[in-house]
Design a protein around this ligand. Structure first.
Ligand SMILES: [Mg+2]
Length: 316
């Protein structure tokens, strides 16, 4: 028997509030959040649709984790500390086991960051999931795409291409490094701590959702600058190196999406004071466009060919 919307939220999605900003959580027409003096509210939303963003056989626990992770990743890229989320669920049917697993995945990650689920909505229809996430950032200190400066170093957290390799594996590609890559694809970890460390230190920042070339491209467009990347400096796991070699797709890490690592630009002086793991992969230049110094020493100019070139190369 279908449960009422209120019953469903109460049964699966109500937990005691743990964040200091939550004044009123699930149970009224709106939630109430307080924003401490000197802070601004950063807000983002992301939707996932079955057969578009995930496979029908998806594990609901991993799906919830990933849905929250991609939202927290957007907050991280602005240097915001996550505080609360709302959840909109459209479900083809009410399936208690599915909902239990989904809520388990959601609260596993939410609990890690002291994030409260403060409201939601449920409807019947094709499986569609939305989260709106809210975070705190010190007034005027949010990391924006538009702040890069010529001479900045371009850095990334973690390694590139692993999630996209995970997707290839799900689609049938065989790799000796499947478990790491699948984990990166199924349960990306948002770089919340790194975003907070970069607040007020980095000049520009973005999370890598669509691939390094496209997302760095957003920084370059917003900042009206260009970049030179060093191919041999790209941080690549054994699995991704192996994939590139076997498939002869050197540009794969540039177009590979869903890594949810941070790409930031920072002055060399400030970089010296940065206490986190990262890799410098290039430099911001006055000359617009994206250039790539290949291992051979040759500089490939992608200014005229556009970022699609990477995609075409990578999907050969
Ligand atoms: Mg983003």
């Amino acid at each position: 028997m279908p449960v009422s919307e209120f019953g469903l939220i109460k049964q699966f999605f109500t937990r005691p509030a743990q964040n200091r900003c939550t004044r009123l959580s699930v149970g009224d027409d709106c939630a109430l959040l307080s924003v401490p003096e000197g802070y601004e509210l950063a807000i983002t939303t992301d939707t996932m649709v079955e057969n578009v963003h995930f496979f029908p056989d998806v594990n609901p626990e991993q799906l919830a984790y990933k849905l929250l992770a991609v939202n927290l990743s957007d907050l991280a890229s602005m240097g915001a500390e996550p505080i609360a989320v709302t959840l909109a669920l459209t479900l083809p049917r009410v399936d208690d086991a599915w909902l239990l697993a989904f809520s388990k995945g959601l609260f596993a990650l939410a609990g890690q960051y002291g994030v409260d689920l403060v409201g939601g909505d449920t409807t019947l229809g094709s499986l569609t999931l939305s989260i709106q996430a809210m975070g705190l950032v010190k007034k005027g200190k949010a990391l924006k795409r538009s702040g890069a400066k010529a001479g900045d170093l371009i850095c990334v957290t973690g390694s590139l291409g692993d999630a996209a390799l995970g997707l290839k594996i799900k689609q049938g590609y065989n790799s000796d490094y499947a478990s790491d890559a699948l984990h990166r694809f199924n349960m990306p970890s948002p770089k919340v701590e790194q975003g907070l460390l970069l607040q007020g230190v980095a000049n520009a920042c973005i999370d890598i959702s669509d691939g390094l070339a496209a997302d760095l491209g957003h920084i370059l467009e917003s900042s009206q600058l260009g970049a030179l990347l060093n191919y041999s400096d790209l941080p690549l796991s054994k699995g991704v190196k192996d994939y590139i070699k076997k498939q002869d797709e050197p540009f794969f890490p540039l177009s590979a999406g869903e890594d949810y690592q941070l790409c930031f630009t920072i002055s060399p002086e400030k970089m010296m004071r940065l206490s986190m793991e990262y890799t410098c992969i290039g430099v911001i230049e006055q000359q617009q466009g994206l250039r790539l110094k290949h291992q051979s020493g040759e500089i490939l100019d992608f200014k005229t060919q556009g970022y699609d070139h990477f995609k075409k190369e990578a999907s050969k």
